[in-house]
Design a protein around this ligand. Sequence first.
Ligand SMILES: NC(=O)c1ccc[n+]([C@@H]2O[C@H](COP(=O)([O-])OP(=O)(O)OC[C@H]3O[C@@H](n4cnc5c(N)ncnc54)[C@H](OP(=O)(O)O)[C@@H]3O)[C@@H](O)[C@H]2O)c1
Length: 324
Amino acid sequence: MPRALMLHEEAPRCRVIDLASTDLPHRAVSVDIDYSDLNYKDALAVTGKGKIVRDYPFVPGIDFAGTVRESHHEQYAPGDRVILTGWGVGERYWGGYAETMNVDAEWLVPCPQPLSMRKAMLLGTAGLTAMLCVLRLEAAGLPAGSAVLVTGATGGVGSWAVSILHHLGYEVHAVTGKIEQHDWLERLGARQVLDRSEFEGQPRPLEKGRWIGAIDSVGGLTLANVLARMEYHGLVAAVGLAGGTDLPTTVMPFILRGVSLLGTDSVMIPFEHRRAAWHRLSALPNGLFERMAVDEIGLDRIEERAEAMLAGKVHGRVLINPKR
Ligand SMILES: NC(=O)c1ccc[n+]([C@@H]2O[C@H](COP(=O)([O-])OP(=O)(O)OC[C@H]3O[C@@H](n4cnc5c(N)ncnc54)[C@H](OP(=O)(O)O)[C@@H]3O)[C@@H](O)[C@H]2O)c1
């Protein structure tokens, strides 16, 4: 009987329970889950602080890596190593906070050989999204070795963005609200660490241009400040809303400096883009994984870590081993 974290509308919201196999959704591929992880969206779902989950009872978890147990789809066979991220899993469809889950074949990506299941979820949606941002910036013409700003730098997306950009030879400038993590961000590869407070005031329409590229997982006033401080033809990948969904800016960065705002989505991105991004991720050297901060937990600690994440008390990655 697979164990799972089940969300209920009435208290207690989070319960670790044993599921009967017959409780699992009827979908083509049954996967034994080795690892899942905790993303910002998971934290909103688990705590109920965001309107992510609408149907109860519900198994959250927007991503997982695991091994196919049984398949009714020609593309997958028992023993195949697979990754799932996005597609509304953990939002509309039961997700990865379980020992086994049944999913649609179209939601899966084969796990590239060099990646262990653990490494795949050390990256998870966060690493995939950071890589999608890098690919978006590169496709838009980000010059090699240029200065790139990363906001929300100690978060999952942010810390992978710092590591990957540094590995690829960019000069990374990291923005964080966690002063105590400055040294760690430098170890990940940040050339300079900036205090979040510098990005929280209302900016003038244009400030001194400092960066040619940026990856922003914060939104709100932070993104407005980033846009105002981009150099001529600057490129900004906007990917998150940890600081707000509004964007109090003007058209000036766009029409006077030719700045581009590049929206980046990992949830519905087509299969071939995902596979290409995972291929790039699988070539990352071990050192990047060794330097990532990891808190590995079982299903029973997810609720506590989700609260901590929304309170800004988590850095790096929270890895979930459902068998722990
Ligand atoms: N578009 C997509 O497909 C996609 C995919 C993945 C994630 N996302 C979004 O990207 C964002 C980050 O996700 P994540 O999983 O990396 O979350 P996370 O691990 O919680 O990281 C978010 C980081 O943002 C910073 N932050 C938090 N609250 C803030 C505030 N009020 N003002 C300014 N900065 C704040 C913090 O970094 P510091 O303390 O270092 O400043 C925090 O660590 C979320 O909004 C998430 O929904 C989008």
